[in-house]
Design a protein around this ligand. Structure first.
Ligand SMILES: *[C@@H]1O[C@H](CO)[C@@H](O)[C@H](O)[C@H]1NC(C)=O
Ligand SMILES: *[C@@H]1O[C@H](CO)[C@@H](O)[C@H](O)[C@H]1NC(C)=O
Ligand SMILES: *[C@@H]1O[C@H](CO)[C@@H](O)[C@H](O)[C@H]1NC(C)=O
Ligand SMILES: *[C@@H]1O[C@H](CO)[C@@H](O)[C@H](O)[C@H]1NC(C)=O
Ligand SMILES: *[C@@H]1O[C@H](CO)[C@@H](O)[C@H](O)[C@H]1NC(C)=O
Ligand SMILES: *[C@@H]1O[C@H](CO)[C@@H](O)[C@H](O)[C@H]1NC(C)=O
Ligand SMILES: *[C@@H]1O[C@H](CO)[C@@H](O)[C@H](O)[C@H]1NC(C)=O
Ligand SMILES: *[C@@H]1O[C@H](CO)[C@@H](O)[C@H](O)[C@H]1NC(C)=O
Ligand SMILES: *[C@@H]1O[C@H](CO)[C@@H](O)[C@H](O)[C@H]1NC(C)=O
Length: 403
């Protein structure tokens, strides 16, 4: 009894203290800055004005920009730091809509958050209204230069948390990260139709330390894609599909790419995508390094190419396919991956003759073929790699040798 009471009193005090601490922090409602929430007027200037005030406020507890529940329309906005203290954008119950017309954009981002330390995004639906751009888009996932806005571009926004929000129908990638060290995404939803163009869920590049957990990603392109310089990224309890699956690369397209090192994809489910987990690099490439990449506990439901290393990645036949890739892959593992493949070759490793894959481990795979042509056994194929095989694998890993 005494103990219970003591704990209760302590909790109560902590709660009061937390409340007091919170009262010192500033909360700026965008409506006080002129946001109408009529779904028609551009509320972007009000959001930026609230941001500026919160950003300049400072203090040890986060300053908050509050977007109250409702429907807001906004053109491109830029939320920049550095701020004087931690800052939160709280949008639970709010829906923000981008103008559908591309002509209304003169940048490659709809919402750009840059150079902020200790940022938190909580809640909200960010709808890029991309339906009208997908069919007219000339961008392919091989050409990352297209001038079409990304829903949420996060640049050098470090030590941050992004949670409980939805990104829908982006005109281009949904979320693009660059230099966002030590950050997490938790419980987010990304949603666009399977036939939407170039709508990658999350694109990661040049950062160290990122966790993505408890999230659902449905898109027309890669679920999560990795560019060079991605380090220490953990993806757990994510469901993908439709889309193109989880993809490391393509690497080697540009000179001076940074090593990609440390990717763990665990406890994920991938459904109805045209690739599962893959690593790809361009032929005739610049040199590069990708190592320490691990896939474990993954369920594949009717996935094309569930397990794939493709070092001859050459979409639209725009490259010298017979000049080997110079990207070196090492310390890669595929463990406990089970389910169904819509392609006969469920496990395919096409490594580079110039830089053969080193230390690739395969264990406890159980993939069967469920394709348009019927059901049955799947197969595997290996080129320029000698996988270390453990556990029980269906299909057998490279029974015909490795060349
Ligand atoms: C883009 O448009 C905004 C207003 O919508 C303007 O403030 C900005 O200067 C423009 N930027 C460029 C690069 O034209
Ligand atoms: C885009 O093109 C596809 C195939 O041609 C068509 O089915 C779809 O309705 C089009 N979408 C829009 C929004 O025009
Ligand atoms: C990572 O971010 C968290 C949350 O903002 C912070 O508490 C922690 O100190 C950061 N770690 C490093 C190494 O900066
Ligand atoms: C996850 O996010 C949704 C909003 O998309 C929210 O309703 C739900 O409470 C969140 N779940 C957790 C465990 O925080
Ligand atoms: C990501 O998760 C790992 C393992 O759970 C943890 O050690 C690391 O601190 C987390 N990183 C961030 C940025 O939260
Ligand atoms: C993740 O989801 C599980 C249930 O699906 C829940 O128990 C857990 O609290 C969630 N974690 C976070 C950080 O939201
Ligand atoms: C993920 O982990 C949970 C419990 O931690 C388990 O119930 C579930 O089957 C796992 N899913 C996959 C795809 O491994
Ligand atoms: C691969 O792993 C081995 C042993 O764990 C380690 O010595 C080696 O440095 C790793 N290679 C790379 C490129 O990280
Ligand atoms: C492989 O999965 C099938 C069903 O998906 C199951 O019947 C079979 O026992 C599994 N084999 C192994 C070795 O786990």
């Amino acid at each position: 009894m005494y103990k219970d009471g003591y704990i209760r009193t302590t909790l109560c005090c902590l709660a009061v203290m937390a409340l007091v601490a919170r009262n010192h922090a500033v909360v700026i409602d965008i409506k006080t800055k002129g946001a109408t929430g009529d779904g028609n007027t551009d509320d972007g200037p009000a959001i930026m004005s609230a941001w500026k005030e919160a950003c300049d406020h400072g203090g040890s507890s986060p300053s908050t920009v509050l977007i109250p529940p409702g429907l807001y329309k906004t053109h491109s906005i830029v939320l920049s730091g550095p701020c004087k203290g931690p800052i939160e954008l709280h949008a639970t119950g709010a829906t923000l809509k981008a103008p559908p017309e591309l002509a209304k954009f003169n940048t490659t981002s709809w919402i750009l958050i840059k150079s902020v330390n200790r940022f938190t995004l909580t809640g909200g639906t960010f709808d890029g209204q991309g339906h009208h751009t997908w069919n007219s888009t000339k961008c392919h996932d091989s050409l990352m230069t297209c001038e079409i806005p990304v829903n949420l571009r996060l640049s050098h926004t470090k030590n941050s948390l992004f949670r409980d929000f939805t990104s829908a129908n982006s005109k281009n990638f949904h979320i693009a990260l660059w230099g966002c060290d030590n950050s997490s995404f938790v419980n987010i939803t990304i949603s666009a139709p399977g036939d939407s163009v170039n709508t990658d869920g999350i694109h990661i590049a040049r950062l160290n330390g990122l966790n993505i957990t408890n999230s659902t990603i449905k898109t027309g392109d890669d679920c999560i894609s990795f560019g060079d310089g991605s380090k220490n990224v953990r993806i757990e309890k994510v469901t993908c599909g439709p889309g193109h699956g989880i993809s490391i690369g393509s690497l080697g397209k540009f000179p001076n790419e940074q090593p990609l090192q440390g990717v763990w994809v665990k406890n994920c489910t991938i459904t109805g995508t045209n690739n599962g987990v893959r690593i790809k690099s361009w032929p005739a490439s610049y040199p590069g390094i990708a190592s320490d990449i691990h896939f474990e506990d993954i369920i594949m439901n009717k996935v094309g190419n569930p397990i794939l290393i493709d070092q001859e990645y050459c979409p639209h036949d725009t490259c010298k396919k017979h000049v080997p890739s110079k990207v070196k892959l090492s310390n890669v593992s595929f463990r406990k991956i089970r389910g169904t493949s819509t392609t006969k070759v469920a496990m395919k490793f096409t490594c580079s003759p110039e830089a053969p894959c080193d230390n690739v481990e395969v264990a406890d795979i159980n993939l069967t073929f469920h394709g348009p042509g019927g059901h049955g056994a799947a197969s595997s194929m290996c080129l320029h790699v000698k996988p270390k095989v453990a556990g029980h694998n269906v299909p057998e890993v490279c029974p015909g040798g490795t060349h």
